[in-house]
Design a protein around this ligand. Sequence first.
Ligand code: ATP
Ligand code: ZN
Length: 220
Amino acid sequence: MSTVQGRLRIAVQKSGRLAERSLDLVRDAGLRVVKGNNDLLYRVENYPIDLLRVRDDDIPTFVADGVCDLGIVGENVLEEGRNGGPMAEVVMPLGFGRCTLKIAAPPALDYAGPASLQGLRVATSYPRVLRRWLEAEGVQADIVTMRGAVEVAPRLKLAQAICDLVSTGATLEANGLAARDTVLDSQAVLIRAPTAPEPALAELLDSIVERMAGVVASQG
Ligand code: ATP
Ligand code: ZN
């Protein structure tokens, strides 16, 4: 059974770049969201639905495990969570949270394509996505995994290049780096559990998905 006490659960980022737009989507789909007793759980007052507010990194696992029925998360996070185990299913792209995972390096590094990374160290917070991309390109490079501040790695000589999320490029520029290649174009996606909810909630789940699709379509 995927849900607790006859209620659907939707996992959304608690705070951060996706938090507000995720809540907007839920509201625009007709769900009246009210704060619960704690920060972790918001209730929907007009349907048996709760919003679980968590770190975005936890969302793919919660949905893959059926702890939540739906989730809103960046493709970058979903792809990094891919580990050969059961996966949440992507229902649709949502048109916000756009960013690109890019290879960047100081201008002094000659870059003529992925092969230029051969034998170098590349710092990233997305080691699995980078590993798969390098493998697909037939390039062997050392991956230095960093939780944050990836853009300072070249200056500290931790790595010769980085693989990091970029939206405007301002952070790269501020750190004397130039974007060189695209590893993954990302946006927020709606994901659903691979297992169906309890039968009494299945129709509700489908209708929520349909309404969200309507909202997204209307935003063109
Ligand atoms: P959490 O506390 O939930 O773990 P976080 O710090 O990992 O948050 P945010 O910075 O809030 O994550 O970004 C959430 C998502 O927003 C990213 O995973 C990505 O999909 C998207 N995003 C859009 N633009 C950017 C950007 N310029 N930099 C980073 N992420 C971006
Ligand atoms: Zn995160």
